[in-house]
Design a binder for this molecule. Structure first.
Ligand code: AQP
Length: 340
């Protein structure tokens, strides 16, 4: 069966990149797949988190999922730490993955910075836990932003190596040729990598020190307008064809955002705005962004305030997730040779 899994870390400042790169896809996919959408709080603590804020951030992401249109009855919406099998499978996969594979991960290199010896073990192990998140449900499809492509490839390598290492036992236990499907990344559309509004060479990020670098889903209309109007651009007018965006990262980014928000192709947006200067285009983008994001922001605020409701959704989702996870973990135990 086709099954979707994806996660968002509960690290605060959920932004337009997370929305267009991931959450919009989550909403589309619920029509044709069984989907699990997870607030990955175990991943969040790979860098230090304030315990009180972590809980609030977990609720905020769950509220954002629902506010964006994810139906928590139709799909499974939960937070990772409530389903112990994620960490349990991660241990087994740690013994499958190779240290060299993890040392090559660019996100680890970026986040660990120069003082690598002092990064948490968890930060290095982040992609293995991500593989466990996906594989514990034997998910087949994973919608993510472009920055997660390398981690998804690693998940496939880990699944493949597990299938190879335990091939005989998998067969003996009645699972045929392979136990884990190789999960397919779903990365598509005009905004798979939304860039910082201050620097077209850096991705829009939760942790950027400048709040002007990103549009947060919690921003109000005035903040959205100010940030878009202050966004870095070059002095030229917009081109009328896509190839005119080459070498103009900021223009590329704003046109991509416009296209994604209006569900149009970039070429189509440029056919309309080619020759216009940035102030005209930015005004149109402000109107569009406010129109699309304001209802989400309002609903997110309303839901975030209702802790009992959000906690109930996550508890219910965790119960349903646990049932699937437990059956697969039992199978993994049999395959690996653990007595139970
Ligand atoms: N700029 C982006 N453009 C498109 N997609 C993005 N995603 C993140 N940033 C962009 C996608 O959002 C999903 C959830 O990501 P996450 O919870 O791992 O968030 P993150 O990548 O940690 O977010 P940041 O902003 O990048 O945090 P820091 O500042 O810690 O580096 C994923 O599918 C991701 O691809």
């Amino acid at each position: 069966p086709r099954r979707v899994f994806s996660g968002v870390q509960s690290t605060g400042n959920l932004h337009l990149g997370n929305y267009l790169g991931a959450i919009v896809k989550f909403v589309e996919l619920q029509q044709s797949f069984d989907c699990l959408y997870c607030v990955v709080d175990l991943h969040a603590i790979t860098v230090p988190q304030d315990p009180l804020k972590l809980k609030a951030n977990t609720r905020e992401i769950a509220a954002a999922f629902i506010a964006c249109g994810i139906d928590p009855k139709k799909n499974i919406v939960f937070n990772q730490s409530q389903v112990a099998e994620h960490a349990e499978l991660a241990w087994v996969l740690n013994c499958v993955a190779r240290i060299g594979w993890l040392n090559r991960m660019t996100q680890f290199k970026d986040k660990a910075g120069k003082d690598r010896e002092n990064a948490s073990m968890g930060l290095l192990d982040y992609p293995v836990l991500m593989a466990a998140d996906i594989l514990i449900y034997r998910a087949t499809h994973v919608p993510v932003g472009d920055d997660q492509k390398q981690h998804l490839e690693l998940s496939r390598d880990i699944a493949q190596k597990f299938n190879n290492d335990f091939a005989e036992s998998i067969l003996r236990n009645g699972f045929g040729e392979a136990f884990f499907p190789l999960p397919e990344p779903l990365i598509s559309g005009p905004a798979t990598r939304v860039m910082s509004l201050r620097d077209g060479s850096k991705k829009m990020s939760k942790s950027d020190a400048s709040d002007y670098s990103r549009i947060n889903l919690a921003d109000d209309a005035d903040q959205i307008a100010t940030k878009i109007k202050k966004a870095k651009t070059d002095p030229d007018a917009l081109p009328s064809e896509e190839k005119g965006l080459e070498g103009r990262p900021e223009a590329q980014n704003l046109v991509g955002i416009f296209a994604a928000l209006s569900q149009r192709a970039k070429a189509d947006v440029l056919a309309e705005f080619g020759g216009a200067n940035f102030s005209t285009f930015k005004n149109a983008l402000v109107d569009l962004a406010v129109e699309k994001l304001s209802p989400i922001t309002a609903e997110m605020r309303r839901l975030s305030a209702d802790e009992a409701y959000v906690d109930g959704v996550l508890r219910d989702g965790a119960e349903r997730a646990r049932e699937l996870a437990r059956a697969n973990m039992d199978a993994v135990k049999d395959i690996v040779g653990f007595l139970r």
